[in-house]
Ligand binder design. Structure first.
Ligand SMILES: Cc1ncc(COP(=O)(O)O)c(C=O)c1O
Length: 381
């Protein structure tokens, strides 16, 4: 047996083998929170692009042939939109995080990071020469201990957090983290992947009202904005540094310019249609009222069941009942915290949430299981 077949067999035994399948049923699993992926204005942008003979592929990296006015227009608009000096567009959020963490922290630096940070940040940290220290999820005291012990040893100190955690659905106390950064002279890198378009007074993200100095922010175009790509916003010198030094930016073909044009249009929709994010928050409030699970602060509602097999079974039963709900197992989440990840979107209504609540209550009762609160164990993704 090859190593590959052996590893797959082991995953099968552990109920952890994954496979691809099409989505179907009522959407409780996408990150298309505002349903912009099917917005007519984005279809129109696509049509106009084609009618005007726009190129499809960019044909090269941004520093060579691939730089298109659509990329630059998007970056210029995004910098204004997010109130930053400059913005830089990457093909995916994963690539953007990887670029940030393999480029900005250097050998004599220390990165202090939340134990539940996304795999793209983790991989970036692994690929950097900096030393890294983990702190317990959203724990300000533990974070401060790490920053204090790192301060003397580090040339530059970096703090890596998400504003809304993708598998927990909780919100980081950003202004407190920001104050810690000021106190210990650290740069804050905040991933707003699941907040952009939704949180902040005007949908710019949880960090919307925080000062911009010493702060780098990642906004993904792939989630609430319904398109694709990662937008890094930061002081001008950091963006210029990334353009000159970030290998994932320099040695990769630029994203299709139409992707940039679509994301540009999607950002405008955030201002044009604020009722979408209000509707999403109203749905969250209703979900908190009716679902038999701990309340969530966001549109992401984890139903933590613990056991992998049980979680797969309940997910399958919900799918049979017509809901597109997925089981999330380790290593994506910490050991012993397999869960259903419910994500809300503006295509849903209260009645559908009531139906789901009834179905989920029946299933949890029939399996004699009560969902638990979040854990702060580290995932091993
Ligand atoms: C917190 C977080 N950051 C970054 C990413 C990567 O973004 P993208 O899907 O655009 O590559 C994701 C996507 O899963 C995410 O959840």
């Amino acid at each position: 047996m090859t190593r590959f077949a052996g590893a797959l067999q082991q995953l099968e035994i552990e109920n952890r083998r994954r496979s691809l399948r099409p989505s179907g049923g009522i959407d409780f699993s996408s990150n298309d929170y505002l349903k912009l992926a099917e917005h007519p204005a984005l279809r129109q942008t696509m049509l106009e692009w084609a009618e005007q003979g726009g190129v499809i592929g960019s044909g090269g990296s941004r520093l060579l042939h691939g730089n298109h006015p659509a990329h630059e227009k998007l970056e210029c608009f995004a910098a204004q939109f997010f109130g930053a000096e400059k913005a830089l567009y990457f093909a995916t959020g994963f690539q953007a995080n990887h670029a940030l963490f393999t480029t900005l922290p250097e050998r004599r630096d220390i990165v202090v990071y939340d134990s539940l940070i996304h795999a793209s940040v983790r991989d970036g940290i692994k690929g950097s020469f900096a030393h890294a220290i983990k702190f317990q999820h959203n724990d300000l005291n533990d974070c401060e201990d790490a920053l204090r012990s790192a301060r003397e040893k580090a040339e530059y100190l970096w703090l890596a957090i998400e504003s809304v955690y993708s598998m927990e659905g909780d919100i980081a106390p950003l202004s407190d983290f920001h104050e810690l950064c000021l106190k210990y002279d650290a740069y804050l890198i905040v991933d707003e992947a699941h907040a952009t378009g939704i949180f902040g007074a005007s949908g710019r993200g949880v960090a919307e009202s925080l000062p911009k100095e010493h702060r780098v922010t990642l906004h993904t175009g792939s989630k609430a904005l319904g398109v694709a790509g990662g937008l890094v916003t930061a002081p001008a010198e950091i963006i210029d540094y990334l353009i000159n030094k970030a290998r994932p930016f320099i040695y990769s073909t630029a994203p299709p310019p139409v992707q940039a044009a679509l994301l540009h249009r999607a950002l405008k929709l955030v201002d044009e249609e604020p009722e979408r994010r209000k509707h999403l928050i109203a749905l969250r409030d209703h979900a908190n009222k009716v679902l038999p699970v701990p309340a969530s602060a966001t549109q992401i509602i984890p139903v933590i069941l613990g056991d992998d097999k049980l979680t797969l079974e309940i997910a399958a039963e919900l799918q049979n009942a017509g809901f597109d709900i997925r089981a999330i197992r380790p290593p994506t989440v910490p050991e012993g915290t397999a869960r259903l990840r419910l994500s809300l979107n503006t295509g849903l209504d209260e009645k559908t949430l009531d139906t789901l609540a009834e179905c989920l209550t029946t299933l949890l009762n029939s399996h004699d299981v009560i969902p638990t609160e979040q854990s702060d164990e580290e995932s091993c993704q």
